[in-house]
Design a protein around this ligand. Structure first.
Ligand code: SF4
Length: 282
């Protein structure tokens, strides 16, 4: 397990970018992002998409705030499910330490982070091409940062790599409005439990809404939520293939924090829509 001193011994603000390999060496990480690294992203392969995804330390848990409107979800963030959950339960923090370094790099040296990101995406895009696979990028697998803020000089990543298919989920409505000028970026607006009016505004802009349901062990989600058709968005993460004007239904996955007395419990938060919620039609 890396000690806090190891993380802080890196002079993040003064990191100098000298190529991708050197950057990884300076940070002591194997990669910034990678292809098909989670059980969700890998499902894109069934539709011949390789997905490059980046995992940061969500919310403000690194000291750097990387999420917007996270009051309802930060305690139940899916970034501590999956492999990260197994690792936390086992008392190891290798994944968390790596995410911490990447997040601190983002926080203290955005241009270094962006240069790494751009170079790595170029490499992974070539790999996908060799494998005759379509390629897409989700930077915010466990964060909600505006891609327009990731810049090298005056240009943001969407302008530097305009032919990449980018997609993300966000709760930042101002970003949704601003990002409309980049057709290469597909955004899905996330329901937080208390932002329904903003969800409706996003829908009016042809942006779908992601809602997390308590699907139970039977993986059941309602047919409609607030009168709007629900599609099963757990089949893959390729949100840009979804029809417009729908709710993208996600199922809550328990995180390390939900294990109480060796039992998994669904937390009581408005962010997760319960089975008996009157807004659901089954
Ligand atoms: S906004 Fe997303 S990534 Fe951030 S804390 Fe909430 S669920 Fe996690």
């Amino acid at each position: 397990m890396a000690k806090l001193g190891d993380l802080l011994s890196i002079d993040y603000e003064n990191l100098e970018y000298k190529g991708l390999s050197n950057a990884k060496k300076q940070l002591g990480v194997s990669y910034l992002g990678d292809i098909n690294t989670s059980s969700k992203l890998v499902k894109g392969l069934a539709k011949n998409y390789s997905t490059y995804g980046v995992y940061l330390l969500s919310s403000d848990s690194s000291g750097i705030q990387v999420c917007s409107d996270d009051k309802q979800c930060k305690e139940h963030c899916l970034s501590t499910s999956g492999m990260a959950k197994l690792e936390l339960l086992g008392g190891l923090t290798k994944i968390q330490n790596s995410r911490m370094k990447k997040t601190l790099t983002y926080g203290y040296n955005k241009e270094f982070f962006t240069r790494m990101l751009v170079d790595e995406i170029r490499v992974k895009q070539l790999e996908a091409e060799v494998n005759l696979s379509e390629f897409c990028v989700r930077v915010n697998c466990s964060s909600d940062i505006a891609l327009t803020s990731l810049k090298i000089g005056e240009k943001n990543v969407l302008e530097i790599l305009p032919l990449i298919k980018w997609y993300d989920y966000t709760k930042n409505l101002a970003y949704v409005k601003y990002a409309k000028k980049y057709p290469q970026l597909h955004l899905t607006f996330s329901y937080s439990g208390s932002n329904w009016l903003r969800c409706l505004e996003a829908l009016k802009m042809d942006v779908n809404i992601a809602v997390v349901f308590d699907c139970g062990s039977g993986h059941k989600m309602p047919k409609k939520f607030c009168g709007i058709d629900v599609i099963d968005a757990t089949e893959n993460d390729l949100r840009f293939l979804d029809p417009k004007g729908v709710i993208c239904g996600l199922c809550y996955k328990t995180t390390a924090k939900d294990i109480k007395n060796h039992k998994e419990t669904i937390p009581n938060t408005r962010f997760i829509v319960k089975k008996d919620d009157p807004r659901c039609e089954w």
